[in-house]
Design a protein around this ligand. Structure first.
Ligand code: ATP
Ligand code: MG
Length: 393
């Protein structure tokens, strides 16, 4: 018995006890057989969603119209999905409606790739209708059934193929690849949020360059924003465990045209903010190197990413990457909050009325402390304020 599947086994036991059948399906079986880390364990069953809900005391309807109920009873939350077939696809996106069925075989047929159409009983027997295990061994992504039809039904599957190729280092089987090439334009019909989600997984994959190569060879890149064809070779250098870095790199390769990238892929404010920070840090590094103030202003991760980008673009940098953290930690301040000065103190030292000068003085004091021109204590700051700051005004 596989330790990662304990919660799923208990869920399956209880479904079986109620007289139904249930198995582990999809990504968990694939990842277990590949000896990869298993993310979420999905269970499929012939019990209908309402029947599943009757078996357990704590469930959430996460996608009940598609047959999915999240079971919370057994420790780790487990998604339990009723065996189903997909109804007609009218818009190349999602089925109009789903039909619940009582046979696992029917359910496995609707799945996208042979390696994702594997299932496993709680005794460890593998059910493999489409030779998914052989494809796993040969490191091949192959559509279940007729590839053209499968990509016609749901165009996102084409991008999933590319994403899995980067995650697993697999090739895309010839007929499957030809079908993607034929249908690539349909990716335009897919919601950008779903494309965003696939690319996030691609950025974090071990083999991004392979994924980008597949993106270009499949023709999908023509219908996405980012000039992947032109910059394909550039991606050889890329690897990141944070997906923000992927978006930042896409922007770097497109002359930091954030608007072009962010409006197409619907980037979040957090993603946009990260990119802007990296761009500023990158430009400062390339234009004479970082000042103490640059080091202070940006988070370490931003600095390290900007530094990597500069190296990749063959810019000269004057110290090794490991120095960045050290230089940053040696600054007199780590955050604005540490400055031993505030508006009240300034007011008590001055006869001037409250006004914009307070903010100017605080900003100037911050820079003076960071640059080591004045020590960060109240006496020294008062002296600095009375003589240097006021004299310069
Ligand atoms: P991961 O969770 O690591 O991204 P996964 O294979 O578990 O990979 P999910 O998106 O969680 O992917 O989907 C679970 C399973 O549902 C897949 O393994 C596949 O069998 C099926 N599936 C998901 N999306 C589709 C789709 N668009 N078309 C057909 N089957 C799909
Ligand atoms: Mg999954």
């Amino acid at each position: 018995r596989i330790p990662e599947f304990q919660s799923a086994y208990r869920v399956i036991d209880r479904i079986e006890h109620a007289g139904y059948e249930a198995v582990i399906v999809g990504g968990a079986v694939r990842d277990f057989l590949l000896q990869r880390k298993v993310n979420d364990v999905d269970v499929a069953t012939n019990a209908l969603p309402l029947e599943v809900k009757q078996i357990f005391s704590s469930t959430i309807d996460v996608g009940i119209e598609h047959g999915t109920v999240l079971v919370l009873d057994e420790g780790e939350p487990i998604e339990v999905t009723t065996y189903r077939t997909d109804g007609d696809y009218v818009d190349h996106r999602r089925p109009e409606q789903v039909h619940f069925v009582r046979s696992l075989d029917e359910d496995l047929k609707r799945r996208d790739f042979t390696i994702n159409a594997l299932s496993m009983t709680k005794d460890g027997n593998i059910i493999d209708l489409f030779n998914g295990q052989t494809d796993l061994q040969n490191k091949v992504l192959r559509a279940v059934g007729e590839p053209i039809q499968r990509f016609e039904e749901d165009a996102l599957r084409m991008l999933r193929a590319v994403r899995f190729s980067a995650q697993l280092g697999f090739s895309i089987e010839e007929k499957t690849m030809k079908a993607i090439q034929l249908k690539s334009q349909n990716i335009e019909l897919i919601a950008k949020e779903r494309i965003h989600m696939e690319l996030v997984k691609l950025w974090k994959a071990p083999n991004v360059y392979h994924g980008i190569t597949m993106l270009v060879e499949s023709g999908l890149s023509q219908f996405l924003v980012g000039h992947f064809e032109v910059h394909k070779e550039e991606w050889k250098k890329f690897q990141a465990d944070n997906s923000y870095v992927g978006w930042a790199y896409l922007c770097l390769l497109n002359n930091w045209d954030l608007h072009y990238i962010s409006s197409f892929y619907k980037l979040s404010n957090k993603e946009k903010n990260f990119i802007q920070q990296v761009e500023q840090a990158y430009n400062a590094l390339c234009n004479g190197g970082w000042t103490r103030f640059n080091l202070f202003m940006h988070e370490l991760e931003v600095l390290e990413v900007a530094y990597e980008f500069a190296l990749w673009q063959h810019k000269t940098v004057s110290y090794p990457k490991s120095q960045i953290a050290k230089l940053k930690s040696e600054l007199p301040l780590q955050s604005v909050k540490e400055l031993n000065l505030n508006g009240h103190l300034l007011m008590s030292w001055s006869s001037e009325k409250r006004g914009p000068w307070i903010k100017e003085a605080l900003d100037a004091a911050l820079i003076a402390v960071i640059n080591g021109q004045v020590e960060n204590n109240v006496d020294q700051l008062k002296e600095w304020f009375m003589y240097e700051f006021n004299n310069e005004r």
